[in-house]
Design a protein around this ligand. Structure first.
Ligand code: NDP
Ligand code: MG
Length: 392
């Protein structure tokens, strides 16, 4: 029986994770669940999965949660705050931590789980983007097993040779990162000036939280994923190529030096990578239907249009710049995406905010968690101020 802490239980990945876990009550049990503010949903999840702890972000939410739990006779204890997240992520009873909080807020609890040597199922790509060096160093030091949930990285992981990390890359020449192209594929920059948050969040193939949906629409998601892949697979940005594949059936590919290209295919449903990582190196039922190639009939591929989607080029440049560039990129993007969702800036201004922040913030070496948090905070202050100027 694997005991699991699920950080970000009320989100899109959290709900898909619980769906897979509910199919295997003989294999998995929940030690702790967490949410930010969606207390009612978290209480319902506690009633179904009976965790020891449930964590929310503040005292008022914890009080409300405890009241709901008491009314329903649930034995779960409500906790709150970052320290509590770290405590349930690093607890001795826990085997596996699903890191599915969105954004930089996931970094500290995920690092706590890494340092405690847990098996980490990593959905929270922003944690790796903003602190990749520290994160991978902590993984190496603790011996924690790190398994990617992001569908592209999970696909690459499945296509890499066994022992890849120790084998000098074993003939791997290139990683081909699939991108659906998002809801605005085929449009010019000018045709995206007036798009609304709801239009940006209407992804053609995947149902996801609003932040990653906007990132998918700008292609910043693919830029963050390129940086994520550099860290996970120890590859330089130049050896990773983005391939737009609108059907989202091939989730990514690995090219070898003998001409072989291995791909992982499947219906676009996050329960596949979640089930893969939960059970690895075994396989379990995920609830995802069989792929029907006759129904799909064709698979298309195209180059990304970086004139229309500048965020991809900005993120690639940040990956190549190294130092604190990815931390700044991630922070500015989180601030800009929230401003777009709040209808304070336009869709195409997200790239402008990120680029401007990157150009104006000094690059430093991210030597400690405090240094990363400092850089993150400075970039947030800068981009917020810049957004206020744009609003005038
Ligand atoms: P959602 O927005 O659907 O869910 C986010 C979860 O994090 C919720 O449980 C939310 O709680 C919680 N949360 C939000 N802010 C905070 C905070 N400040 N402190 C603590 N908890 C917080 O996001 P997704 O599930 O879509 O994405 C989660 C992560 O997985 C992201 O990093 C994303 O990039 C990655 N990912 C997602 C994919 C997908 O298909 N959805 C695919 C690949 C990667 P509450 O509900 O209370 O707000
Ligand atoms: Mg992805």
């Amino acid at each position: 029986m694997q005991k699991i802490t699920l950080l970000g239980a009320t989100g899109s990945i959290g709900v898909s994770t619980l769906d897979v876990i509910a199919r295997h009550p003989d294999k998995y049990s929940i030690f702790a669940l967490s949410a930010h503010t969606r207390v009612e949903q978290l209480a319902e999840q506690c009633m179904q999965f009976n965790p020891r702890f449930a964590v929310v972000s503040d005292a008022a939410a914890a009080q409300k949660l405890q009241q709901l739990l008491c009314e329903s006779d649930a034995s779960t204890e409500a906790l709150w705050g970052v320290d509590a997240l770290c405590q349930v992520a690093a607890a001795a009873e826990v085997d596996t931590v699903m890191a599915a909080i969105v954004g930089a807020a996931g970094l500290v609890p995920t690092l706590a789980a890494v340092k405690a040597g847990k098996k980490i199922l990593l959905a929270n790509k922003e944690a790796l983007v903003m602190a990749g060096g520290l994160f991978m160093q902590a993984v190496a030091e603790s011996g924690s097993v790190l398994l990617p949930i992001d569908s592209e990285h999970n696909a690459i992981f499945q296509c890499l040779p066994a022992g890849y990390a120790d084998s000098g890359k074993n003939g791997v020449r290139k990683l081909l990162l699939s991108a659906s192209g998002g809801p605005f594929r085929g449009r010019t920059l000018a045709q995206m000036h007036a798009v609304t948050p709801d239009q940006a969040c209407a992804h053609p193939n995947w149902s996801m939280g609003r932040k990653i949906s906007v990132d998918s629409a700008t292609l910043m998601n693919k830029g963050l994923e390129l940086i994520e892949a550099c860290w996970l697979f120890d590859m330089p940005a130049q050896s990773i190529e983005v391939v737009v594949h609108p059907q989202s059936i091939i989730h990514s590919l690995v090219q070898y030096n003998d001409g072989s290209v291995l791909a992982q295919l499947g219906n676009p449903d996050m329960r596949t990578p979640i089930a893969h990582a939960l059970a690895w190196p075994q396989r379990i039922e995920s609830g995802v239907g069989d792929l029907n190639l006759f129904d799909i009939a064709r698979l298309d591929f195209e180059q990304p249009n970086i004139e229309a989607f500048p965020c991809l080029a900005i993120a690639t440049a940040a990956a190549q710049a190294g130092a604190s560039a990815a931390t700044i990129l991630n922070a500015a993007n989180e601030v800009a995406v929230q401003a777009f969702l709040d209808q304070r800036i336009g869709f195409t201004q997200i790239a402008e905010v990120v680029e401007h922040t990157l150009n104006c913030q000094p690059l430093t070496e991210p030597e400690s968690l405090e240094a990363v948090q400092h850089t993150d905070n400075d970039a947030r202050v800068y981009s917020s101020t810049y957004i206020k100027r744009l609003e005038k």
